[in-house]
Design a protein around this ligand. Structure first.
Ligand code: SAH
Length: 213
């Protein structure tokens, strides 16, 4: 699949939409403007790639809404070289946005089909995550911790403790918390034992599933 002038034009419009919705971080907007979202969708849906909506991918999952990806990335405060753990690789779109900003990305996915697909996809790209992991995001990635940021891209019924424990001091966990709908929550680690908690409104995600493979 190619990235045409039409796609580029549609992306520019999408970026304008995101700015109107309150996204201000220039690096995030530039990344959305650069990454061809249609490459992360099944061909039947590519007409919808530059609409600000979530869409189905394989294994009953979704590619997150562009606004959600932009907002989570903005809340993570990613800069070049940030070491980021993503829970829920899915289509790999959020992964690509993080890579475009210059983050070093580790990403965990529990659906084998999506994990394999993402692995194949990134083999063919100029940019690649440091590591894709097939596993359960509830336990994080102890072997590579600590992280500057952890972003959870599925709705978590509760905050998994290992994800907090694997943050650097000053690091952030961006996690949508809730069952039917979620409150976007950011935990900033202020010391070995203390975390500052902030909330950023309601979102809707597919569930972060535990112990089912
Ligand atoms: N970041 C993705 C969003 C995909 S939707 C994107 O940009 O497309 C959320 C993803 O989280 C799904 O792929 C789902 O399979 C995955 N997921 C759900 N529970 C998980 C868990 N416990 N560990 C890792 N991934 C999980």
């Amino acid at each position: 699949m190619k990235d045409t002038f039409t796609h580029k034009g549609m992306r520019k419009k999408l970026v304008e939409t995101l700015e109107k919705k309150g996204i201000t971080n220039p690096a995030v907007l530039q990344a959305i403007n650069t990454i061809p979202r249609h490459l992360f969708m099944d061909s039947g849906f590519i007409d919808h790639a530059y609409v600000d909506k979530a869409f189905p991918i394989a294994a009953d999952q979704t590619i997150s809404q562009p606004y959600t990806v932009a907002r989570q990335t903005e809340l993570l405060e990613v800069v070049k070289g940030s070491k980021i753990l993503e829970i829920g690789t899915g289509s790999g779109y959020q992964t690509a946005v993080l890579l475009q900003i210059g983050a070093v990305v580790y990403s965990i996915e529990r659906q084998n089909k999506l994990f394999k697909k993402a692995e194949n996809f990134f083999k063919k790209q100029k940019y690649a995550p440091k590591k894709l992991i097939f596993g359960d995001g509830y336990i994080g990635l102890e072997t590579e911790a600590p992280f500057d940021g952890v972003v959870v891209t599925a709705g978590a019924p509760y905050v998994p403790k290992p994800l907090l424990a694997q943050l650097k001091i000053g690091g952030k966990l961006v996690i949508p918390v809730g069952e039917t709908s979620q409150i976007m929550t950011v935990f900033t680690r202020t010391s070995k034992t203390a975390f500052n908690k902030e909330t950023f409104g309601e979102f809707k995600f597919v569930p972060l599933l535990e112990n089912k493979n």
